[in-house]
Design a protein around this ligand. Structure first.
Ligand SMILES: Cc1cc2nc3c(=O)[nH]c(=O)nc-3n(C[C@H](O)[C@H](O)[C@H](O)COP(=O)(O)OP(=O)(O)OC[C@H]3O[C@@H](n4cnc5c(N)ncnc54)[C@H](O)[C@@H]3O)c2cc1C
Ligand code: SF4
Length: 549
């Protein structure tokens, strides 16, 4: 027999508090629902964020070895996936770049024709931008100015743009670092400080200038009654009362994510569930739930069509620079070197010199052992011919002040699949494994651009070491794996994010993105979640009682 709504602990439980989860939380509490967010990561404040990257335990997330930070790296055969893990999801560690993709992305992938996307999405992008305080970057640092100069020299100066960023930048006549009352929500939001261009966004902003989700969507949702369970990982979701399609609600089981033993399992009942655990997290959770028969009717398409932005990281180090290249916002500007290839100027703050362990002198060549041999040869030749210069490039001190990272993305379609299998390396339990074509680890046109950059800046071009040694590209933009489609044979959710095979169950995060965006994805994930929540009706008895933010 179906339970009365009041016999359930919550109306909705949301798994994960990133972009999709936070939007869902606010919009559902505004509609009068009793909502809980269960988040694996910790809460972060200016006081507990790391001051330098040497404080690994506050930066990296790997609780099994006592690393309880907000940034995680997962290694697969085809790709290394970088992602956030915190109350506020990836927003704590991300670089706040908020770009809209080109219209053509709505015509490709399994979401094409599910909606008149080009017609409906602009309004959702506008609302997402308002909530996240997106503005055109006013702070061009030395690295951005160099990017513009090199782009002009390469004949693509006209494509130079300032990024749109979710950062509180000083109004005309106000300095960086000045605390001001809530500038975004008519006084209902928290007070904020103006950005001082320290370049530290990816280490978590300690200046209260970055518009992380705990300062907008989650902040406003908590004020309206949202309950957040931090450091808590969802491990099971089963339909209640024998209704196999979830029409009587769900039991969600969770445990302490930061405990080694004594994981303190707890369970909650709810009418509906929103899975918002990121592309990787949602795939992993749904694979597990299907495999252990908690949700056996989930589509067999979980893990299919996993996309990256075909990213490649290269860089330039300028040991003799008079400028501090770490200054500015983390990603302050970008250019297009051709119609498919987009490069952004990225920086890390002073104090983040441990990143030097990832960089080495630029190496092209064919992927595989030949490329490793070429890299070793380049290193030896450079050390013999220019020993001092080579030492200055490779030593860690001053790396952040002297380096510009070039984040190169391509909007060419291609995808991987993820499977839930036992591996020969660890056959005792199943885990996510990647399958498919290899993604290129370097983009020749981008390498050429880095060489020109190095020549003009008087520095040396750099490759990322793991890309050379293991021929595995890294991505901070893992998308897909629970894509939208018109049937469970082609995707995991429908055009309104409803999970095929279940009632009142949604997926709202990067995993539903069904095409290669070619730009940083968070604004699109936020806009899609705004649209998805718009389809859920008000809770009848609270109609009109709760003010929309
Ligand atoms: C260093 C870095 C820089 C980036 N810069 C940019 C940028 O400038 N612009 C941009 O657009 N994008 C950027 N990104 C990417 C961006 O962070 C992600 O695309 C975005 O956060 C994805 O949003 P989401 O809602 O899918 O999930 P997320 O924001 O990743 O949130 C998912 C949350 O779910 C939680 N979770 C997972 N599994 C469980 C579970 N079982 N139980 C409970 N909780 C769970 C996770 O801890 C996480 O907090 C960057 C990423 C990184 C790593
Ligand atoms: S540049 Fe510095 S002050 Fe500005 S948002 Fe990033 S971390 Fe905060």
């Amino acid at each position: 027999m179906s339970r009365d709504g009041n016999q359930l602990d919550f109306d909705f439980i949301i798994v994960g508090s990133g972009f999709g989860g936070s939007v869902s939380a606010l919009r559902l509490v505004e509609k009068g629902y009793r909502v809980a967010v269960i988040e694996m990561g910790r809460r972060w404040t200016a006081e507990n964020l790391p001051k330098t990257s040497w404080q690994m335990h506050r930066w990296f997330w790997r609780p099994g070895i006592a690393l309880r930070g907000f940034f995680n790296m997962r290694f697969f055969r085809h790709v290394t996936i970088l992602h956030g893990c915190a109350v506020g999801g990836g927003s704590i560690t991300y670089a706040c770049t908020m770009l809209r993709p080109l219209d053509k992305v709505w015509d490709s992938g399994s979401w094409a024709r599910l909606e008149d996307w080009k017609q409906v999405m602009p309004a959702h992008y506008d609302e997402a931008s308002r909530m996240l305080g997106v503005t055109t970057n006013k702070i061009l640092g030395p690295a951005d100015k160099l990017l513009r100069k090199v782009a002009e020299s390469a004949g693509v100066g006209g494509t130079f743009y300032r990024t749109n960023v979710a950062i509180f930048q000083a109004p005309e006549g106000v300095q960086g670092g000045v605390t001001m009352p809530d500038p975004y929500f008519g006084g209902e939001g928290p007070e904020r400080a103006t950005c001082d261009g320290c370049g530290g966004c990816m280490m978590g902003c300690r200046k209260n200038a970055k518009n992380t989700l705990d300062k907008n969507y989650l902040y406003l949702a908590e004020k309206r009654g949202l309950k957040i369970f931090a450091e808590t990982r969802v491990v099971d979701v089963v339909p209640l009362d024998g209704a196999e399609d979830g029409s009587c609600g769900y039991r969600v089981t969770a445990e302490k994510s930061t405990a080694f033993v004594m994981k303190q399992p707890q369970s909650f009942t709810c009418r509906g569930v929103v899975i918002a655990a990121s592309a990787l997290g949602s795939m992993e959770l749904l694979f597990k739930l299907k495999d252990k028969k908690s949700l056996p009717s989930l589509s067999n398409m979980i893990g299919r069509y996993v996309r990256t932005n075909s990213e490649s990281l290269i860089g330039v180090r300028v040991p003799d620079t008079q400028d501090d290249l770490s200054k500015g916002v983390a990603i302050g500007s970008g250019i297009y070197i051709d119609e498919h290839t987009h490069i952004e100027a990225v920086r890390y703050p002073t104090g983040l010199d441990s990143m030097s362990a990832w960089s080495t002198i630029l190496t092209g060549g064919r992927p595989g052992p030949g490329r490793v041999a070429l890299w070793l040869k380049n290193l030896v030749v450079s050390s013999v011919l220019h020993p001092i210069r080579t030492f200055r490039i490779m030593q860690p001190f001053g790396w952040a002040r002297e380096s510009v990272i070039l984040l190169c993305m391509q909007a060419l379609d291609g995808h991987l699949d993820m499977r839930w299998e036992r591996t020969w390396l660890w056959p005792f339990r199943k885990s996510l494994v990647s399958r498919g074509e290899r993604i290129p680890t370097f983009i020749p046109a981008a390498n050429k651009f880095a060489e020109l950059f190095a020549k003009i800046a008087g520095g040396t071009a750099m490759s990322m070491l793991p890309q050379i040694l293991f021929d595995i590209p890294g991505t901070a933009h893992c998308l897909g794996g629970c894509v939208m489609a018109d049937s469970p044979q082609r995707g995991v959710v429908d055009g309104r994010h409803r999970v095929f095979g279940y009632r009142n169950m949604y997926v709202c995060d990067g995993s539903v993105v069904s095409a290669n965006l070619g730009v940083n994805p968070s604004l699109t994930i936020t806009a899609l979640a705004e649209r998805a929540m718009g389809f859920i009706p008000m809770k009848p008895e609270t109609r009109g009682r709760i003010r929309r933010a």
